[in-house]
Ligand binder design. Structure first.
Ligand code: KG4
Ligand code: ZN
Length: 318
């Protein structure tokens, strides 16, 4: 429950991490079943924590993409049912816009224009937010997302799911200088990202070491890999600041929970005299408050969805 787009009255998260850990990653079918099982209880808990009744809600915002279709459909069907029953507006929200909006909650003084580096499990985008409803993608990954690379490397070095936090933990005990992994450039656009080459470099390194009969030091691999990801993200964001001249840069998405990344991007911004923004860790990874905030700005811009709103797994931001 979010008031005026910026004030969080409640933000209830029902984690599926324990169940997906059993399978080493997200199983889409299980994810959507768990959504069905938990959604009513989560909404009731959110109302109770906000000390509100359903009838006091002004509008219902829901993620309709991008993402796993089964999970999206559960939310969309529930939101439609509630909005219809209450006779209140329904607003479908792009998940990525939600991640960006987490910054509006964190810093109530932040207003567009600003640059945003969105790094999640499914997306790696460098976006210029010129207004609440105006987004220009400056750079994007041409293959894997940064979070996906964390998850795949975690699996390769035996850390399991969820990859990002486990790699971050292991990296603290490792030496980032022990191995040099590549910082990929993408021909044609200096802001685009590519992480599949880095992932392959990690896998090749592991195979090479094993073939030589050497033990791999997973902490060093984690640290060197994380260093390469953070390095590339910082370089591209720095280039964009220099080119577009924005006074503010925001981080967003699940990977923004990574402390090494937060620290590096913050330092890079300070060196350039640019204000750095980053949501609290709990607002970086998927949550409902960020969708409420993004939904609010769509609401005041007059956007409304009909009862034919559907899940769009490949939804684009602009
Ligand atoms: O934004 P998010 O919660 O879900 C998507 O929209 O994808 O992001 C999840 C991604 C996962 O790939 C996860 O490994 C990564 O964010 N992640 C992290 C950290 N916490 C979550 N990556 C690096 N360091 C972390 N501390
Ligand atoms: Zn997300």
């Amino acid at each position: 429950m979010v008031a005026d787009g910026r004030r969080v009255k409640s933000n209830v998260i029902s984690t599926q991490i324990p169940i997906h850990t059993l399978y080493g990653g997200v199983v889409p079918e299980i994810a959507s079943r768990k959504h069905i099982e938990r959604i009513d209880a989560v909404i009731n808990e959110a109302l109770s924590q906000a000390d509100m009744k359903l009838g006091e809600v002004d509008a219902v915002a829901v993620t309709y993409g991008p993402g796993l279709v089964g999970a999206l459909l559960v939310g969309v069907a529930e939101a439609k049912a509630i909005a219809y029953a209450l006779g209140k507006p329904l607003i479908g929200v792009n998940h990525i816009k939600g991640h960006i909006a987490a910054n509006y909650i964190e810093d109530i003084t932040l207003t567009p224009p600003f640059l945003c580096l969105v790094v999640s499990g499914g997306h790696t985008h460098l976006i210029r937010v010129s207004d609440y409803d105006e987004y220009t993608i400056i750079g994007r990954t041409v293959d894997d997302a940064a979070g996906e690379a964390f998850d795949k490397v975690a699996r390769a070095i035996g850390l399991g799911y969820p990859g990002g936090p486990k790699v971050e933990e292991a990296a603290k005990k490792g030496n980032a200088k022990a191995i040099r992994f590549p910082h990929a450039r993408v021909e044609g656009n200096p802001y685009d990202f590519s992480f599949s080459g880095l992932k392959s470099a990690v896998l090749n390194y592991i195979n090479g070491e094993r073939m030589k009969g050497r033990e791999i030091v997973s902490e060093d691999i984690a640290a060197a890999f994380q260093d390469a990801v953070v390095g590339v993200l910082c370089e591209h964001a720095g280039l964009a600041i220099d080119e577009f001249g924005d006074a503010d840069l925001a981080l967003a998405g699940g990977v923004a929970a990574n402390k090494a990344l937060r620290e590096a991007v913050k330092n890079m911004c300070e060196d350039r005299g640019v204000r750095f923004h980053c949501p609290a860790i709990g607002l970086c990874t998927d949550n409902a408050a960020m969708i409420g905030s993004a939904g609010y700005y769509e609401y005041i811009n007059g956007r409304r969805d009909g009862w034919d709103l559907n899940a769009v797994p490949q939804l684009k931001i602009s």
